[in-house]
Design a protein around this ligand. Structure first.
Ligand code: SAM
Length: 237
């Protein structure tokens, strides 16, 4: 686990577009955290591991069909070059286990992660099997490449690293931390667009505010996410 003053949490990314990194992670909280040494990033170009004169990384699929497939030997060589980097070997893929806050917490508690971003139709199955790659999906949709999922996964992990966010409470009350979606927020002005801030939030009564927020969280979760609500109710029994 990374903490201020100790080894940074190490993110390693293999991509055909390494210039997409750090991308949005070069701004705001993630950028500040990287500059303070809380996490580090190594992004490699898979194409650098191609051995033929055209530096080709893909080929047509055996058995026919549309699209191209990433060559196993090239991807394997790219992975071999980061054998010394810490963390699970994850291939971002729509076929993978769905990424969620629990997985972000697990990964953030490890020393780092190695992410492989696919392109075209994806990787030759043999390198997935030979390397025991763990497939992780961002959701039930198909993107053009694994770079956006990798950035999203990294962002979710980085903000969980100790010292990245200011107050620990910021995390405790967030959506999914207790299996519920978050309650609504309000700020100044007290009245806007003809609507006042709920009276309870102005009461200064912390226990009642906490219980109002809990009720709101439960109601929002019940209405919007029957799957989370059923799990939450199950965990309470
Ligand atoms: N032929 C693949 C399929 O039908 O499952 C889709 C390949 S997609 C066009 C190219 C790459 O984008 C994938 O190899 C993967 O790395 C990435 N990708 C696309 N959608 C993704 C998702 N929902 N989650 C994670 N990675 C995704």
């Amino acid at each position: 686990m990374s903490a201020e003053g100790s080894t940074p949490w190490q993110a390693t990314v293999l991509s055909l577009f390494p210039e997409m990194f750090p991308g949005p992670l070069g701004h705001s909280i993630a950028d500040k955290a990287r500059k303070s040494g809380l996490w580090s990033l190594k992004s490699l170009d898979i194409r650098d591991f191609a051995r033929d004169k055209h530096r080709s990384v893909d080929e047509t699929p055996f058995g026919g069909g549309s699209g191209m497939v990433m060559r196993p030997n090239v991807v394997d060589a790219a992975l071999a070059s980061v054998d010394d980097m810490p963390g699970r070997r994850i291939y971002l893929s729509p076929r993978g286990a769905r990424f969620d806050q629990a997985m972000a917490r697990e990964l953030a508690a490890e020393p780092g992660v190695v992410l492989l971003c696919g392109r075209y139709e994806g990787l030759d199955q043999r390198v997935i099997d030979a390397r025991g790659l763990e497939e992780v999906s961002l959701g039930d949709f198909v993107l053009s490449g694994g770079e956006i999922p990798a950035l999203a996964l990294l962002d979710a992990c980085i903000r969980l690293l100790p010292g990245v966010l200011g107050a620990a409470e910021t995390l405790d009350e967030e959506s999914f931390e207790e299996g519920l979606l978050e309650y609504p927020h309000y700020t100044q002005p007290r009245e806007w667009n003809g609507v006042s801030v709920p009276e309870i939030l102005l009461s200064g009564h912390h226990a009642r505010i906490r219980s109002w927020r809990r009720e709101q969280s439960e109601e929002i979760t019940r209405q919007r996410r029957p799957d989370l609500w059923a799990r939450y109710r199950g965990s309470e029994e």
